[in-house]
Design a protein around this ligand. Structure first.
Ligand code: RTP
Length: 156
């Protein structure tokens, strides 16, 4: 996940199937771009059960686990992304908002678009360790992440 706390820090962000079905892909990408983050990995895929279970393996014991995996593997794609930039892991979580829509502040992504915890349109890594794990899981193949330099933005 790059180097923690520097401009090369990376996080894993995924638009979940309900976000794709609702046509919110462009809006989510715009928010990260406009904030000043850099898109270094992007793909659409319908995750396998194995991938969804590995991604959420810390929630295995929770009562909603099976439903969560079914939702992620419905066949509608997930838009898997890696975003890079200063403090992007923490800032990405702040931009996404709280898991429970009753607690997600208006202006956050979930606070603007969600009313149900089980259909909360987006995922973001919650720590550097999670980002490392999730980027490896979703972008395991060599060459899937791209290094590039934005035009004339050194001073931002
Ligand atoms: P995420 O991992 O997807 O970014 O979500 P999170 O950290 O904000 O929340 P977490 O506690 O890790 O839960 C993961 C996802 O499980 C679903 N969930 N459903 N009571 C429920 O039905 C319930 N609780 C959680 C949500 O989709 C949540 O994002």
């Amino acid at each position: 996940a790059g180097v923690k706390g520097t401009f090369s820090e990376r996080t894993f962000i995924a638009i979940k199937p309900d976000g794709v079905q609702r046509g919110l892909v462009g809006k989510v990408i715009s928010r990260f771009e406009e904030r000043g983050y850099k898109l270094v990995g992007l793909k659409a895929l319908a995750p396998s059960k194995e991938l969804a279970e590995k991604h959420y393996d810390d929630l295995k014991a929770r009562p909603f686990f099976a439903g969560l995996v079914n939702y992620m593997t419905s066949g509608t794609p997930v838009i898997a992304m890696v975003w890079e930039g200063k403090d992007v892991i923490k800032q990405g979580r702040a931009m996404i908002g709280a898991t429970n829509p009753l607690e997600s502040a208006p202006g956050t992504i979930r606070g603007q678009y969600c009313i149900s915890v089980g259909r909360n349109i987006i995922h973001g890594s919650d720590s550097f360790e999670s980002a490392e794990k999730e980027i490896g899981l979703w972008f395991g193949k060599a060459g899937e992440l791209v290094e590039w330099t934005p035009a004339n933005v050194d001073w931002i």
